[in-house]
Design a protein around this ligand. Structure first.
Ligand code: FES
Ligand SMILES: [Fe+2]
Length: 443
C-alpha cells in the first residue's frame, strides 16, 4: 500500500445516520460515525478493553458505546464512561482509541493514510474528473484480489477482446458499440474481436497522474479503430474514456488479499437525448454499473483469481511495449513508497516526537505512516487526527448537499434513537451530513 495518500474508503451515502458504520480498509478495522453536529468521525474499531468491534455498538450523544460492556469513547477517542465503574469511577488513561483524518469530497469519504502532518494536502483529482460536467452514479463492491493486479487490469484494454466476448451482456456491448449501421450492427462481434492491435500509444506522467492514449484497431482495416484514454492517479484511481463510456474506478486495499472497488459511471451524452425524463437516467446508469459488476468485472476477476504471483511488482511480469502504463504504475508505486520511507527516516533522524501507535502496531507506524513501505506491507495505522473532534474532519467540505439520489440528505435531523441509560440527556437529535458538499455533477 502506498503511504501518505488520501484513499476513498466509502461513498458518503454509505455512512449510517444513526448508527456506527464499520469498514475494513488498509488492513485496519475502522468505525465511522457522525457526531451531533454531523461531523464525520473515523476511529479504530477495536475496543481497547477486550477487543470487541465498536462498529457493532451504538451512538450515545457525542460518543460511541462498545457493544460488549458499554464503555463510551468521545470524538477524540478518549473513554469517558465505564458503566461498571459508575459515574465517578476512575477511568484508566490507556482506554483510548485512535482517531483518523477523514474528509468528504466528491460524494466519497477519504481517509488520510500516512504520517501525521499539521497541514494535509488537498484531495486533488485529475482535471478530467475535477472538471467533469456530467452527472454520475457510483456503486461499490469487494473482490478477493490484491489491489495491484486489479489496478493493472483496468490500466490496459487489449484483454477486452479475449475476456469479454461471449456473455450475453458482452454481446449487447459489442453489437451496439462496435457494429456498423451499414450491416445493421450484425458485424459487431466480428469487428469487436478483430480490433485488438494497439497503435498511436502514448504515455505522459504529470506528478502522481499517468495518462495513456491509444487506438485499438483491426490490422489492415483502419475503419475499425477505437480510441481510448486512460488515467491512473496515485494511489488507487483509474479512469477510462472510450466512445460513449466513461468510468472512474478506485481500487482501495481492504487488506493484503482483498480490494474494494468504488466504480463511478458518468451519464453518456446520448442518454440525455434518449431518456428526456431526468429521474429515469440514474437507474439506467446503476443498471449499467451492475452489469459491469456482475459480468465484465467478474470476468476480469476470474482471471485475476488465478494469476500468479498475487501481488504485481516490478520484475514479476514480462511486459511488452504497450504495457507502458502498467510499468509506470508499478514504478510510481515504488517511487512513492520510497519517498514515504525517506520522509519517515528524515523525521526519525530529526527526532520528531513519535506519535503513539494503536495497540499491536509496529512502533513508528503511525508517525511514519508507513509500515506500508516495508516489503510485507503489514497493515500500518492511518495517521491519527490532529486536534480531536475538530481535527478529525478538518477541511471537510461536508457531504453532498443535493441529497437527490445519493441519500446524503437522508433523514437529516432524525433521532439517533439511542439512550444512554443514565438519563444524562444524550437522547438528542443527530444532525445529518453537513451541507455544502459538492454536487454530484461537479466532483
Ligand atoms: S470490550 Fe468494549 S467495553 Fe468491554
Ligand atoms: Fe476487463
Amino acid at each position: 500500500m502506498i503511504p501518505n495518500q488520501w484513499y476513498p474508503i466509502l461513498r458518503t451515502e454509505d455512512i449510517k445516520q444513526d448508527a456506527p458504520t464499520g469498514v475494513r480498509r488498509l488492513g485496519e478495522e475502522l468505525v465511522l460515525w457522525r457526531d451531533l453536529d454531523g461531523k464525520l468521525v473515523c476511529q479504530s474499531a477495536r475496543c481497547p478493553h477486550k477487543g470487541a468491534n465498536l462498529a457493532d455498538g451504538r451512538l450515545v450523544g457525542n460518543s460511541i458505546a462498545c457493544p460488549y460492556h458499554g464503555f463510551r469513547f468521545n470524538t477524540e477517542g478518549t473513554c469517558r464512561h465505564v458503566p461498571a465503574l459508575g459515574a465517578d469511577g476512575r477511568i484508566p488513561a490507556s482506554l483510548k482509541i485512535d482517531t483518523y483524518e477523514v474528509r468528504e469530497q466528491h460524494d466519497l469519504v477519504w481517509l488520510w493514510w500516512g504520517d501525521k502532518r499539521e497541514v494535509l494536502p488537498d484531495i486533488a483529482l485529475a482535471r478530467e474528473l475535477a472538471e467533469h460536467p456530467r452527472p454520475y452514479e457510483t456503486i461499490t463492491f469487494s473482490r478477493p484480489v490484491h489491489y495491484t493486479r486489479y489496478i493493472e487490469s483496468l490500466l490496459e484494454f487489449y484483454h477486452v477482446t479475449f475476456v469479454h466476448r461471449d456473455h450475453w451482456a458482452n454481446i449487447i456491448d459489442y453489437t451496439f458499440m462496435y457494429g456498423s449501421w451499414r450491416k445493421l450492427w450484425l458485424d459487431g462481434r466480428e469487428r469487436y474481436i478483430a480490433a485488438n492491435k494497439i497503435v498511436n500509444h502514448r504515455v505522459d506522467v504529470e506528478g502522481t497522474i499517468i495518462r495513456n492514449t491509444f487506438d485499438q484497431c483491426e490490422e489492415g482495416n483502419p475503419s475499425n479503430t477505437w480510441h481510448f484514454d486512460l488515467i491512473y492517479q496515485a494511489p488507487c484511481m483509474t479512469h477510462v474514456r472510450q466512445g460513449l463510456l466513461e468510468v472512474t474506478t478506485w481500487l482501495v486495499p481492504i487488506d493484503e488479499h482483498n480490494t474494494q472497488a468504488i466504480m463511478r459511471l458518468y451519464e453518456y451524452p446520448l442518454l440525455k437525448a434518449m431518456v428526456p425524463v431526468k429521474q429515469l437516467r440514474p437507474p439506467i446508469l446503476r443498471l449499467s454499473l451492475m452489469m459491469e459488476q456482475y459480468v465484465q468485472d467478474r470476468q476480469d476477476n476470474d482471471i485475476m483469481a488465478r494469476q500468479e504471483p498475487k501481488v504485481s511488482e516490478r520484475g514479476v511480469n514480462k511486459f511488452i511495449a504497450v504495457d507502458e502504463l502498467n510499468a509506470k504504475f508499478l514504478q510510481m508505486r515504488d517511487r512513492l513508497k520510497a519517498e514515504a520511507r525517506a520522509a519517515a527516516e528524515a523525521s526519525a533522524a530529526a527526532e520528531t516526537p513519535v506519535v503513539p501507535v494503536a495497540s499491536g502496531k509496529q512502533p513508528g507506524a503511525a508517525a511514519a505512516g508507513p509500515a506500508a513501505v516495508q516489503d510485507q506491507e503489514a497493515a500500518p495505522a492511518p495517521a491519527r487526527a490532529h486536534g480531536g473532534a475538530d481535527g478529525s474532519t478538518k477541511g471537510s467540505t461536508g457531504a453532498s448537499a443535493d441529497g437527490s439520489t445519493n441519500g446524503n440528505g437522508k433523514a437529516p435531523g432524525s433521532s439517533n434513537g439511542s439512550s444512554n441509560g443514565n438519563g444524562s440527556g444524550d437522547r438528542r437529535t443527530r444532525k445529518g451530513a453537513r451541507a455544502g458538499g459538492l454536487s454530484k455533477t461537479a466532483p
